[in-house]
Design a protein around this ligand. Sequence first.
Ligand SMILES: [Zn+2]
Length: 495
Amino acid sequence: MYKWQKMFSLTDKYSHEKTESYWQLQRQNDLVESITKFSQLNTNKAKNVIIFIGDGMSIGTTTAGRVYMGQKLGKNGEEHTTTLDQFPHVGTAKTYSVNKQTPDSAATATAILTGVKTANEVIGMTPATNCTNNQDVETVLEKAAKLGKSTGVVTTTRIQHATPASAYAHIPQRRWFSQVGARSGCKDIAQQLFDKRNDIQVLLGGGRVHMHGATDTDVLDEFGNNVSGDRIGSDQNLIQRWKDAFGDNVTNLYVNNKEELNSVAPETTDYLLGLFAGKEMEYRLSNTPRSQVQPTLPEMVEKAVKILRKNEKGFFLLVEGGMIDKAHHKTLVKYALEEFSEFDKAVQVAKQLTSDDDTLIIATADHGHVFTFGNDGPRGRSFSNVMTNQNQRWNTIGRYFSNTAYGNGPNFNPPAWKIMAGAKRQAESNEYQPLTAIKRAGETHSAEDVIVYASGPMSHLITGVHEQTYIAEVVSHAACLGNNADDLEHCRVSA
Ligand SMILES: [Zn+2]
């Protein structure tokens, strides 16, 4: 008996894969699906557009995330199919920014949402901006709003964070969330968000702290306790001003926690502002009292789509799974994969609530992370598995090595005794941190391409390798947002 045959006999989880007929049927079905897909291209007008951005969702993250989700269902994992895996059209995008090989979320989300690449840390403007020289670039959300579509922004980070802000803000520095530190002449991100209140029907995420003043005593956190914000000056309670800003005929609701969000009736709600955290929302895996009172990303997406889809002119929605990135920066791999799982479930919710006939869904990442997955492991190996190499001496680092790793980050070159003593205990903990190759306080983004998944009208245009700016062009084309819409046949149909 060969070694691999022995290995197979240990489990029957993949015994069905050991026959030729299994793979024959599998690949033939796959081919038939592809032939059907390419013989019936969907050239409808995209009445609705949803862009999902998994912040930092590198290709390694989607693969390890697939295995992680599959293993939670009791499978080996590799053969599992995520919702993203089921998208009919896929391409890749080049993520570099105008000034950096390794980009940040400001530059990349701006590329996706405006069609213009800019410098790191700049949002919705060219790098030549000084706030007064008219360097703003229009976003697809702004274009959609101009055409009378409803729009929305949903995120697990603060709503003023780089990726969500790239849908509605124009600012040279992504950290100017409120007036704190902001250069004069540049309007802070939260203020810009408030000023766009008529155009954005649904806003859900964190970031309460930037929406009210330090002396305001009437703003509550998600537990109902008084909190103070960081806005400077009087009359800076933008939450209260938002509540008061709409007329009697408009139903605008402000919600603070999961329970309040659940009680919102989409049929009768025109505007919804939900701020569920002072800054970022909790990781789903953190399981804190705070995470219990915050809604999940799929829950927020469900409410958003149900409110927005009432508009017969259609809608534009940006959804960010923002905590994938935060977890990777700390090399908390299990947290990152759980956030990926949440992201994938949120995409599934959006797919279920809309139709491929009129809704273009694009799911992508703004940039990757220096995260790797794989280490000569057998089928079904966990992301947190720490392997032993019998060929190495017991006290050398090479004797123990993990199934995931980071190119740089905090867990650099730990002594062998520490890995051995803690390996099993550590690998089983949610806070498991894989080894890193280069020492750094925080792990960095990668410069690699990211995947772009697409379904619905014109989704077949998402194929091949493109600049990230191409995504905005496809959205504009499919949804008839551009100036050339009159010339396009698919744009001449009503609705
Ligand atoms: Zn990041």
